[in-house]
Ligand binder design. Structure first.
Ligand SMILES: NC(=O)c1ccc[n+]([C@@H]2O[C@H](COP(=O)([O-])OP(=O)(O)OC[C@H]3O[C@@H](n4cnc5c(N)ncnc54)[C@H](O)[C@@H]3O)[C@@H](O)[C@H]2O)c1
Length: 244
């Protein structure tokens, strides 16, 4: 069997940090396309990694019958649209987390995955983390006894990503702290506990910490620098109780 022919859609931070180096290391895969709406970003990848072809329209890849699989590394508002087009184009899809902006968009992705019978995987990467799997094994083997309460807390200290950019714009990202970081923690818990069915969820989301962008004193800002003329309308603190 020949190598798995892959396209990278979205040539930003996570593509460079994780997807591209992983494919380059994998003897069974080859990167055939780099796609970004910012042409220079795709071209820089071809120059830097010495493989593939630069394109700006992901549909070129969806229509190329020689492509087996894609990584979708774009901002969240494009996850469902591109995943669905790629699945319908006969590609396997690894889409970055969160799956999409809303439950409805995510269900549509799942529906098309069932129709096409291609792989649709979402980049909730902690499932592949050895320490997470050790916890899961402790639970499954009964060593932890009956798990009747899980407490998860996460705080990013003065590091809202890219104030005013894609990550703080609800129309693009779908939400803030919960959808960006929260999905990882929810996924770890559900994965370790073998997906218990939630019966009720009560919670509260706040958008307060970054609203006054100019006054926000950040220590680090990945996806920055701040765009003070941009949009900030996402949650930056969320608390919830999920009963299963
Ligand atoms: N699994 C993880 O732990 C993890 C970590 C970081 C980011 N992410 C996810 O990865 C995604 C990208 O994040 P990032 O930090 O790399 O963002 P980024 O802004 O650095 O990169 C996104 C790239 O996508 C390009 N793009 C936008 N629309 C496009 C389109 N229609 N077609 C092709 N390219 C398009 C942009 O020009 C940009 O270069 C987000 O969904 C984010 O949540 C996941």
């Amino acid at each position: 069997m020949g190598k798995i022919r892959v396209g990278i859609i979205g040539c930003g931070a996570i593509a460079h940090a994780a997807h591209i180096p992983a494919y380059l290391k994998c003897e069974d895969a080859e990167i055939v396309y780099f796609c970004d709406i910012i042409k220079e970003r795709a071209e820089e990848c071809v120059a830097k990694y010495g493989v593939g072809k630069a394109v700006t329209d992901y549909k070129v890849i969806a229509q190329d019958e020689t492509i087996d699989a894609v990584s979708i590394c774009t901002p969240n508002h494009m996850h469902a649209i591109i995943s669905i087009d790629m699945l319908r184009g006969g590609k396997h899809v690894l889409c970055e987390k969160p799956a999409a902006r809303t439950y409805a968009e995510t269900l549509e992705m799942q529906k098309v995955q069932h129709e096409t019978n291609k792989v649709l995987n979402i980049g909730v990467v902690n499932r592949f983390n050895a320490s997470v799997n050790e916890i899961r094994d402790l639970i499954n083997s009964g060593k932890l006894g009956e798990v009747y309460h899980v407490y998860v807390s996460f705080r990013a200290f003065r590091s809202i990503p890219g104030l005013g950019g894609d990550f703080t714009n609800k129309a693009v990202a779908g939400g803030g702290a919960l959808i960006d970081w929260g999905v990882h923690y929810l996924d770890i818990v559900m994965y370790c506990l073998n997906d218990p069915k939630p019966e009720t969820v009560s919670g509260q989301a706040y958008s307060k910490l970054g609203v006054n962008m100019k006054e926000y004193k950040y220590e680090t800002m990945w996806a920055g620098p701040p765009k003070y003329d941009g949009v900030y309308d996402v949650d930056d603190f969320v608390t919830a109780l999920i009963r299963t």
